[in-house]
Ligand binder design. Structure first.
Ligand SMILES: Nc1ncnc2c1ncn2[C@@H]1O[C@H](COP(=O)(O)OP(=O)(O)O)[C@@H](O)[C@H]1O
Ligand SMILES: [Mg+2]
Length: 260
């Protein structure tokens, strides 16, 4: 398939990732549709970052196929990568550069024009209008995450990959970041995101895959997952206050609490 406007922005089929003889990702398959926020949830060490890294082309998978915006990542790696925006688990920019300098630098790298006006619009949009000449290193965690999200989407990619963008943020910053992520969905683009926060996933993700020990345990909408498992004895035994949440389902399916 090579249609750029196909039903999927990302298709992952039978993905395997090894580190030496250790298999971190085991036969993982899922897809992301246009206008969808797809959450990859799992405890630490489940294989989330390894899966994203393979999609991003940062590591070479030992098996399976990855198709981004209709481009097979093995056959057309440059086209596949051009359709992606990536925010790594630990993204950091030169702390001495100002916000304006960083945005201009990356606009240049991606070949996107960045006038003074456009720069100001972008910063206003992410509530950083007064931070233009602040150094990146002086921003709060939430502000840094917003800048790095903007940079990962500066070329308006069809697929955005975000690895735990909200971890370590206060509730207001999380809320703002999620608004930005929802705006990407509204543009009809696809978002693949990993998060530890079941509450956020339940509220924002259109579909979720729960992954553990490198394998996908289940894929569905948050609501359907809760419905499907609400009468499981393990789910009932971990739930509190009678209301079944996605977190209860997650803990029951992975057999343990979310490790931070
Ligand atoms: N570069 C690496 N070399 C060896 N093992 C790794 C490497 N990166 C990750 N792993 C292992 O692979 C498994 C999955 O890691 P990772 O994909 O980072 O999980 P997650 O992002 O879900 O926390 C873990 O057991 C981890 O220790
Ligand atoms: Mg990770």
């Amino acid at each position: 398939m090579n249609n750029q406007d196909g039903a999927y922005i990302l298709q992952v089929q039978g993905l395997n990732v090894f580190y030496g003889s250790f298999q971190a990702v085991n036969n993982v398959s899922f897809d992301v549709k246009p206008g969808e926020i797809f959450g990859l949830l799992g405890p630490n060490g489940a294989g989330k970052t390894s899966t994203l890294s393979a999609v991003e082309g940062l590591l070479k998978p030992q098996g399976g196929s990855i198709t981004v915006a209709g481009y097979n990542a093995k056959e057309k790696p440059l086209y596949a990568r051009a359709a992606m925006g990536v925010q790594l688990q630990a993204t950091s920019f030169q702390p001495e550069l100002t916000v304006a300098e960083i945005l201009q630098l990356y606009a240049g790298i991606y070949g996107v024009s960045m006038t003074k006006e456009k720069l100001r619009d972008i910063l206003t949009d992410i509530n950083l209008a007064d931070a233009e000449s602040k150094k990146f290193g002086e921003l709060s965690g939430g502000q840094q995450q917003r800048v790095s999200l903007i940079i990962s989407t500066i070329h308006d990619p069809r697929l955005v990959l975000l690895d735990e963008p909200t971890s370590g943020l206060d509730p207001q910053s999380r809320r703002r970041l999620w608004e930005r992520i929802e705006a990407i969905r509204e543009r009809g683009h696809g978002v693949l995101i990993t998060t530890h926060s079941m509450e956020e996933a339940e509220a924002v993700c259109d579909r979720i895959a729960i992954i553990d020990h490198g394998r996908i345990i289940t894929i569905d909408t948050p609501q359907a997952l809760i419905e499907k498992h609400r009468n499981d004895p393990e789910v009932i035994s971990v739930s509190r206050r009678g209301k079944i949440t996605l977190e209860d389902v997650f803990i029951a399916l992975t057999g343990r609490a979310i490790r931070s």
